[in-house]
Design a protein around this ligand. Structure first.
Ligand SMILES: C[S@@+](CC[C@H](N)C(=O)[O-])C[C@H]1O[C@@H](n2cnc3c(N)ncnc32)[C@H](O)[C@@H]1O
Length: 358
């Protein structure tokens, strides 16, 4: 587990001052900017420049097997966006990208780019319709009959691979923040609700040798979760419970319930009901831990929380967004917990932890 990298430390700076025409350019052509980033990733431009900084345009074209017009376009875009720098005709990566290679977080970042490209882009076209209908109209662009994105992934192998590669990366990038801010040493057994491919359960079991974990996952994903846990050699301490978190009471016998990147998916009513199930399943003194991106109570950011909310509004399930701290607090209280503690993580991503004890 990486515990120290620049992405965890750099707190996003809020945008200040009045909107400029340059700001408008970024907003208007935001989709094009993301396409430049994705193309450069898929063509392995950044890998090339990291290993051979200072190449000229013609050499880059040769190695990427691009025609002159195509390399002109690609480097015009990446350099205007400051992803690459051009000094005396020689190209190199932006410092922030170079640093990701050195800190070995580049593969993580790249899988987030893949997620935006292959999971988010198509369905986000239905954002306006999703707002009007107050539900995820963009799911219609994902093949399959499942009731939400997660129940359609096993029908779409490429999407499933991209999704879980991203989810694992996003959690590997961020869960050091969870372990930095929450002490699990007094915990005996954790229920990881919608635990994905087990990425957090595995990190938790590795960090705390006395902790056992149950991952609650849908039957379509449970085999992948079991495989990943077996590969990590942790099948004795991490069990997978294949089921539906909404359809049955939570499995008993846990003194901590973890919702990681989970309550961003569901409506406020569904979140209150999930937290109530957690309250009912916990013994007195048991804890619920919510780990997610969280937005400001003032409703003005962080920017990443706002931009990420388009995906949650348009695609995965009927209702969701990067909710605000006070919303989580109100649901935790409605579920029966007396009080909740806020722990903002102050990182590049808008992650935070909310913790409450029964
Ligand atoms: C956004 S992912 C989060 C995965 C993991 N917690 C993490 O932080 O990396 C949401 C997960 O919840 C699972 N999920 C969705 N609906 C579920 C349900 N009704 N019951 C159990 N798991 C569910 C999905 O299959 C998916 O793996």
């Amino acid at each position: 587990m990486k515990t120290d990298n620049a992405l965890l430390k750099v707190a996003a700076r809020p945008a200040t001052g009045p909107l400029t025409h340059d700001d408008l350019t970024f907003i208007l052509f935001g989709a094009s900017a993301a396409q430049y980033l994705n193309a450069a990733c898929e063509l392995n431009l950044f890998e090339l420049l990291e290993h051979k900084p200072g190449l000229a345009k013609e050499e880059i074209a040769l190695r990427l097997e691009l025609q002159p017009r195509a390399i002109d376009i690609l480097l015009l875009g990446t350099t205007s966006l400051r992803l690459t720098e051009r000094v005396d005709g020689a190209y190199r990566n932006a410092e922030v990208i170079s640093r990701m290679f050195k800190e070995e977080t580049w593969a993580i970042f790249k899988s987030v780019v893949g997620f935006e490209q292959y999971i988010c882009y198509e369905g986000q076209v239905d954002f306006t319709e999703s707002l009007k209908a107050n539900r995820n109209v963009g799911l219609r662009r994902v093949r399959g009959a499942g009731r939400d994105l997660y129940h359609r992934l096993s029908e779409n192998p490429h999407m499933e691979q991209v999704f879980y590669e991203y989810m694992r990366s996003w959690s590997e990038l961020s869960n050091p923040l969870l372990f930095k801010h929450v002490d699990f040493s007094g915990v005996r057994k954790v229920l990881d609700v919608g635990g994905g491919d087990g990425v957090n359960a595995i990190a938790l079991a590795q960090a705390y040798p006395n902790v056992e974990v149950t991952v609650l996952e849908i039957p379509g994903t449970a085999p992948l979760t079991r495989r990943r846990i077996a590969e990590a050699g942790l099948s004795e301490r991490i069990k997978v419970h294949a089921g539906d978190m909404f359809a049955e009471p939570f499995p008993p016998g846990h003194d901590c319930v973890l919702f990681s990147h989970q309550l961003v998916i569901w409506t406020p009513e569904e979140n209150t009901s999930l937290l109530r199930r957690a309250y009912e399943a916990l013994p007195p003194g048991g804890r619920v831990v919510i780990f997610s991106s969280i937005s400001n109570d003032a409703g003005d950011g962080p920017l990443m929380a706002a931009l990420d909310s388009v995906y949650f509004a348009a695609i995965p399930a009927e209702g969701g967004m990067i909710y605000a701290w006070e919303q989580y607090e109100s649901w935790v209280k409605a579920a029966g917990f007396k009080r909740a503690d806020r722990i903002p993580c102050g990182a590049w991503t808008p992650h935070g932890v909310l913790q409450a004890t029964k």
